[in-house]
Structures are given as structure tokens and as C-alpha cells.
Design a protein around this ligand. Structure first.
Ligand SMILES: Cc1ncc(COP(=O)(O)O)c(C=O)c1O
Length: 342
């Protein structure tokens, strides 16, 4: 029985072209900015986002942390959605390393508004930490891969800028958002001071993320990357697949989105899982397994015995993610196997 792995789009394996690109990559010492392949990837990313510069980093977690460290001083406060990845899954780095306190905003399906930002900003008072950064997650993982529209980002950004705050987008899956809406990622970059995106998720590269922003921001970010131990030497071996990811793997995300919708409708049709189809906007499907009388961990163990892997989102919520390597037939097979779970 073939295992269908829907735990995450991080399980994607590199394409043949990515593997060949590694062998052909021209290399140098990237800490001295002498790796032509890394330079090419950074230039390509900056062009795509219409920013002055870009920086290749080992992970999305490090890109986000670098951004917080550049935008904030220790003791500052950042406004962030209460279910955001940076708050939930990044080991508390924003506080442990950057010394920044999170102030939580409750978004609707991961999206919050300028009014909510205004409501959360503290006035200038000796007692309060300065609110200096707003973080937006697009697409929003824990909300089910939900998409921020460029005008929603612009609304938050306008308010943030009026209050002298910076805006960072955790765009680990920002290309999913852009493909879902049929817009260019540039439309998001106009409203942000920095964006981090992952090459290693739906774009299927084995390693790495990229930060984009102004020349000044990236200059500071490069120093912070070094401070965090993220300066890499012949990093072209991992940047080369990243170039393939950016040039060849973006448009096909639409296929993952179609598969996610098909999976969501199919699973919902079984009548034993709670699925809010409004949240199925990209490649993530969240399912409430409580109608089956199960906790998420029990459901996951049972599904595994049927050869279907899903991720535990706590309580009775399970996450399925479609990605490169998951076919139309896999989706049909998943629905059949889960339908046969007693
Ligand atoms: C929304 C979001 N941001 C950031 C990250 C962190 O990326 P990485 O695993 O490369 O550190 C992830 C990873 O799953 C994510 O889903």
C-alpha cells in the first residue's frame, strides 16, 4: 500500500532538475558574497518582489527572527495574530533571542484589520513597551492556508506606518496566496518593510528561505544572519534548487490548490468530518475529527494504519496539506481510505 503523506508541504522532495542544478552550480564563499548562485537567487527574488535587495537564509524561522531583530529593539512590542506561526511554532525566538514581547490580535481566518491594529497600539507612556512592528502571516497556516488580499495588507500597513511601525510579512507560502488570487507578489511587497518566503515548502526546494526588502534592511539583516550563525559558505549548492523553485514551481501551486479543494469536498462528503470550506483557499485542509468521536492523535494513528499521513493540530483538529508529488489519484485514494475508517 502506497503511503500518502499529507502532513506538510515540507516533505516535498527536490525535482530532477533541482538535483542536476546542484551539480552544475557555480560556487564561492557566500559570507564574502562570492557565491554566484546565491547572488543570482537573491537578485531573482528581489526582482520578483520588486524590492531593492534580498537575502538567502537557512530557514523561515531564521528569516522571521532576523526581521524582528532588525525592526525592533529589545523591550519593544510587536502585534501579531494569536495563531501566528512566529508566536506558535518558532520556539519563542522573538522573545528568547530578540527580546520582543508579542501583543496578540485575534484575526478572522488569520486576517486582522487596520482598526484592530489601532486598537492594540499602546500610547506613548513610560509604563508601556513601544509598539514597533506588525507581523502578518500570508498564507496563514493555523487558519488553514487562508489568504490575505493585497488591499487587506495595505489597510494594515497604512495604519502601521501612520503610527511609525514597520510591517513584516511571514510569507512562508506567499506564492500560494499570489497564485490563489492571480496577483503578483509585488503587490504585497509595496505594503511591507520585509517579507520572508520559503523555498522549501510548496516550491519543493530542499532547503532555504529568502528575505526581501530595502537595501538598508537587507544590509542589517545580513549582519543579523551572521550573528545567528546563518552565514553559509558554498551555499550555492542549496541556492541552485531554489532558483529552479522560483522559476519553475510557482505556477503549478494551482494544482495543489485544486487538489486541496477536491480533498476538502470529498472528506466533507463522508459526513464524518467537520470541514469549513471557506478556509480552503490554498493547499491546506483543516478537519475537525470530533464527529467521529476521536481526538486528533487518535485519528492520525488510525489514518496512518490506512496509509494516510496527516498532521496533529491539537484538540480534534487535523491538517492535510497537498503538495508536489501528490496526484489527483492520491486525493481520491485518501478519501476512499478515510471513508473506510471505522
Ligand atoms: C507560516 C510559516 N512560517 C514560517 C515557517 C518556518 O519555516 P522553517 O520551517 O523553514 O523554519 C513555517 C514552517 O512550516 C510556516 O508554516
Amino acid at each position: 500500500m502506497r503511503t500518502i503523506d499529507l502532513r506538510s508541504d515540507t516533505v516535498t522532495l527536490p525535482t530532477e532538475e533541482m538535483l542536476s542544478s546542484i551539480l552544475e552550480a557555480r560556487l564561492g564563499d557566500d559570507v564574502s558574497r562570492e557565491d554566484p548562485t546565491v547572488n543570482e537567487l537573491e537578485q531573482l527574488a528581489a526582482e520578483k518582489f520588486g524590492t531593492e535587495a534580498a537575502l538567502f537564509t537557512p530557514s523561515g524561522t531564521q528569516s522571521n527572527l532576523i526581521s524582528v531583530m532588525v525592526h525592533c529593539r529589545r523591550g519593544d512590542e510587536m502585534l501579531v495574530d494569536s495563531e501566528a506561526h512566529i508566536y506558535y511554532y518558532e520556539a519563542g525566538g522573538m522573545s528568547a533571542v530578540a527580546g520582543v514581547i508579542p501583543r496578540l490580535i485575534k484575526g478572522k481566518m488569520g486576517v486582522f484589520t487596520g482598526e484592530q491594529v489601532v486598537g492594540a497600539i499602546r500610547g506613548k507612556d513610560l509604563h508601556f513597551p513601544p509598539s514597533t512592528l506588525v507581523e502578518i502571516e500570508n498564507t496563514h497556516n493555523r487558519a488553514g492556508g487562508t489568504v490575505w488580499k493585497p488591499r487587506e495588507v495595505a489597510g494594515v500597513s497604512k495604519v502601521a506606518r501612520e503610527h511609525g511601525m514597520k510591517v513584516h510579512i511571514d510569507g512562508a507560502r506567499i506564492f500560494n496566496a499570489a497564485v490563489a488570487l492571480g496577483v503578483e507578489v509585488k503587490e504585497y511587497a509595496r505594503s511591507a518593510d520585509s517579507i520572508s518566503f520559503c523555498l522549501s515548502k510548496g516550491l519543493a526546494a530542499p532547503v532555504g528561505s529568502v528575505l526581501v526588502g530595502s537595501g538598508e534592511f537587507i544590509g542589517k539583516a545580513r549582519r543579523m544572519r551572521k550573528l545567528l550563525g546563518g552565514g553559509m559558505r558554498q551555499a550555492g549548492v542549496i541556492a541552485a534548487p531554489g532558483i529552479v523553485a522560483l522559476t519553475k514551481m510557482v505556477d503549478r501551486l494551482a494544482e495543489d490548490h485544486r487538489n486541496a479543494k477536491k480533498l476538502a469536498r470529498g472528506l466533507r462528503g463522508l459526513g464524518t468530518l467537520g470541514i469549513d470550506l471557506r478556509t480552503v483557499q490554498t493547499n491546506i485542509v483543516l478537519a475537525d475529527v470530533s464527529p467521529m468521536g476521536l481526538e486528533s492523535s487518535e485519528f492520525i494513528a488510525k489514518a496512518k494504519r490506512k496509509g494516510v499521513l496527516a498532521a496533529d493540530f491539537g484538540g480534534s483538529t487535523v491538517r492535510f496539506v497537498t503538495h508536489y508529488g501528490i496526484t489527483d489519484e492520491d486525493i481520491e485514494e485518501t478519501i476512499t481510505r478515510i471513508g473506510s475508517m471505522s
